[in-house]
Design a protein around this ligand. Structure first.
Ligand SMILES: C[S@@+](CC[C@H](N)C(=O)[O-])C[C@H]1O[C@@H](n2cnc3c(N)ncnc32)[C@H](O)[C@@H]1O
Length: 337
């Protein structure tokens, strides 16, 4: 085979076989093997006994994770690599396992891609996923894992000095409101989400040093009002990508009503270029949203600005968040005038 053909074939294989690496890591996380290894159960034998798993199968899975660089193997003993100690051991302050484990839960939805492309709709809507008992906690914690960095970045860019009351619409784990309150602890942050989600949010924010600054508002953001002239800043973070244009227009309209004159709406999300093919993360997210929400999508700056203008917002601008990360996002900001 000519070199170019061979390189091209390797590129194809890398994409097509990526699922083997993904699933090997996800299942190791599912059984919390990295944490167990850190606790001293260093062989397939010991891990199999402790977790009630097949010894040979565990050994094969551990070897795959060693090949991926997540474990070091010496004889029959395994140790965590520096990356795993930092990010994959559940007692580490930088633990990212919740998010990685949640990706495995979405595997079932992705398995339906073939039929979704035919019918245009997934078997389960996001709301049906959220109403599954085991799912909500994992989903919300998963978002918390990845939100802390961008939340700090965004809060630092908003100029919160004169803000006294904020509304976080579809707050999830509440990480964005937490970052806002950390910047200005005089702010009262109202967190709005479905009752089931808020049950998880309250638990996550209970130990926060400014926990008294949070108020919780159980609501359905599609059907309930957000109030009138109550807030200086409304945040819709990572919510618009779960919804279609019609629902997003409703959210923008209700946020406008809820803001005081001069108040700002901040829509924070992953934004694609006008051709919808970059950044790569956004194009892949669009497929994820197709299989996972059906009606969700990744939108571009022009669409966001158009929605805001249509409902009366002025001075529309945007700020980039998480520049340099693999999933940079954007805050689109408009003022109620
Ligand atoms: C992708 S998460 C975003 C969480 C958070 N804002 C962030 O940026 O990390 C979407 C959130 O919308 C909430 N949600 C979905 N449908 C909702 C509805 N109809 N009413 C209220 N909240 C809803 C979910 O419970 C979830 O917390």
């Amino acid at each position: 085979m000519k070199k170019k053909t061979s390189d091209d074939h390797s590129k194809l294989l890398e994409v097509v076989l990526a699922y083997r690496s993904s699933k090997s890591l996800m299942v190791a996380l599912h059984y919390d093997l990295f944490t167990e290894i850190e606790k001293g159960r260093r062989t397939a034998e010991a891990l199999g006994r402790r977790l009630g798993l097949d010894r040979r199968a565990v050994g094969i899975l551990l070897d795959a994770n060693a090949a991926l660089g997540f474990l070091n193997k010496r004889g029959s003993r395994y140790a965590n690599s520096a990356l795993s100690k930092d990010l994959l051991v559940s007692t580490s302050p930088n633990y990212k396992g919740n998010n990685l484990k949640y990706q495995e839960q979405t595997w079932d939805a992705w398995s339906d891609l073939k039929s979704v492309v035919k019918t245009g709709a997934p078997r389960l809507s996001l709301l049906e996923w959220i109403h599954k008992d085991a799912f909500t906690g994992d989903y919300i914690k998963a978002m918390g894992d990845v939100a802390r960095g961008p939340a700090r970045d965004l809060a630092g860019k908003l100029g919160l000095g004169r803000v006294s009351r904020t509304l976080d619409i579809g707050c999830g784990p509440g990480v964005y409101s937490a970052a806002i309150v950390e910047k200005n602890p005089r702010i009262e942050a109202v967190l709005l989400d479905l009752p089931r989600t808020l049950g998880v949010t309250r638990g996550l924010l209970k130990p926060h040093r400014h926990s008294e600054r949070f108020a919780y508002r159980p609501a359905d953001f599609l059907t309930d009002s957000f109030g009138e002239n109550e807030f200086d800043l409304a945040l819709i973070s990572n919510v618009t990508h779960c919804e279609n244009e019609e629902n997003n227009l409703k959210l923008v309209k209700k946020a406008y009503e809820a803001l005081r004159l001069g108040g700002r709406l901040v829509i924070h999300d992953y934004v694609s270029d006008s051709g919808l093919t970059s950044p790569k993360f956004a194009a892949m997210l669009a497929v994820h949203l197709l299989v996972f929400t059906g009606r969700g999508n990744v939108y571009n700056l022009k669409e966001y600005a158009g929605w805001m203008r249509r409902h009366g917002f002025k001075d529309i601008s945007h700020k980039r968040v998480g520049v340099g990360s693999i999933y940079p996002s954007t805050a689109i900001i408009g003022r109620k005038a």
